[in-house]
Design a protein around this ligand. Structure first.
Ligand code: NAD
Ligand code: ISE
Length: 340
């Protein structure tokens, strides 16, 4: 079966997913593309031989669309995801699932009423070979009971429109999901430390930030977010257990020795660092649509990340310890032991 995909949002990552669906992934074809920027939609649709649709409504539920990929900007995600659930159409939604808790709850409720999972959220770390190896090591008990995790999320620079809350909602949201999944645990509370600010960027931005999470088990997680680190796109993670540690391997790069120096390259962009993970993420999504069985990060994971994100932003502003209050995972979202 070839899965016919309709794409809502053809910006940077939307266009990259269209390229991936068209020339990397097996078993899929892009049949329709929409974007509020119609020139952009036309250009991306043409690259895939797809039709241009005037709006999401003309994509979701259309006869030539088996599944929808949502890569519009965050505030528009909920409308598309809810429309897809209403049409009974599988939907891949880039992070965040929605930008308000209310919308996340609406999505979880709608999917629960539907009675079967349709939504996958774009937390691509779960498809990265290094993170998968770490999770296998933790789950196999190789480091004993996990006690702590240390993470860093560094971007070379961000534009002026990036503000302090985005360090959580746009950036650390990946670590929030990754540690819940790596440790098979839930985040209970958040605190945020404000280190000395870099002078290399905008006055309005608190950068870097250090987020401190406590898991329900009592394990502690620290996440450094530094989005103007200048030198590259650098993602780090180490889980410390009772008998050992497991650390995220850097992506393979040659080590060059020359003129008395040894050096390697640091990726400059998330597209390069996680390219293989995006490929696998979209391949597994297409496969799950073809098999009629949604898998991967769920709407519940998107909701949980939003709850924890809101608590983290409140902690940033108040300086206090703030409870996340995620609550119990409904039966629909119970994971099989081997699931991503
Ligand atoms: P972008 O601004 O380049 O693209 C967003 C596109 O959505 C734009 O072309 C815009 O015109 C379009 N759009 C906005 N509202 C729309 C609507 N109602 N209907 C149709 N199109 C609409 O942004 P981007 O970097 O491509 O990010 C898009 C989404 O992907 C964001 O939610 C972002 O957080 C997420 N993202 C995820 C990752 C990741 O690592 N998983 C990386 C980058 C971006
Ligand atoms: C971006 O939206 C992403 O999702 C990237 O993975 C992240 O590193 C970056 O900080 C975000 O802005």
């Amino acid at each position: 079966m070839t899965v016919k995909v309709g794409v809502v949002g053809a910006g940077m990552i939307g266009a990259d997913h269209v390229r991936r669906l068209t020339s990397v992934v097996n078993g899929a074809e892009v049949t329709a593309v929409t974007d509020i920027d119609t020139d952009r939609a036309a250009e991306v649709a043409a690259s895939a031989g797809a039709r241009v649709a005037p709006s999401g409504r003309e994509v979701i539920g259309a006869a030539d669309v088996d599944a929808v990929l949502v890569a519009s900007w965050g505030p528009a995600h909920a409308e598309s995801v809810l429309a897809a659930i209403d049409a009974g159409t599988p939907v891949f939604c880039e992070k965040p699932l929605a930008t308000t808790i209310e919308d996340c709850v609406r999505i979880v409720d709608a999917e629960t009423r539907h009675g079967r999972r349709l939504v996958q959220v774009g937390f691509m770390r779960r498809y990265d070979a290094g993170y998968r190896a770490m999770r296998r090591a933790v789950a196999a008990g190789e480091i004993g009971t996990p006690l702590m995790a240390h993470c860093a999320h560094r971007n070379p620079t961000v534009p002026e429109s990036y503000h302090s809350e985005m360090a959580t909602h746009d950036t650390a949201i990946h670590e929030i999901d990754a540690v819940r999944w790596l440790l098979d645990d839930e985040i209970a509370s958040a605190r945020v430390l404000r280190p000395r600010r870099t002078t290399r960027r905008f006055d309005h931005l608190q950068d870097p930030q250090v987020m401190l999470f406590e898991m329900l088990s009592g394990a502690r997680v620290d996440v450094e977010v530094f989005v103007n680190c200048q030198y590259g796109y650098d993602i780090r993670c180490e889980v410390v257990g009772e008998t050992g540690t497991v650390q995220l391997a850097d992506p393979e790069q040659p080590l060059v020795r020359s003129q008395g120096r040894a050096h390697t390259l640091v990726p400059q962009h998330w597209k390069d660092r996680f390219g293989a993970a995006y490929d696998l993420e979209i391949q597994e999504w297409v496969d799950s649509v073809a098999a009629g069985r949604a898998a991967g990060p769920s709407a519940w994971d998107g909701y949980a990340a939003a709850m924890i994100g809101d608590a983290t932003v409140r902690a940033l502003h108040s300086g206090d310890l703030v409870g996340a209050g995620v609550g119990d995972r409904p039966d629909l979202y119970e994971r099989a032991a081997d699931e991503t």
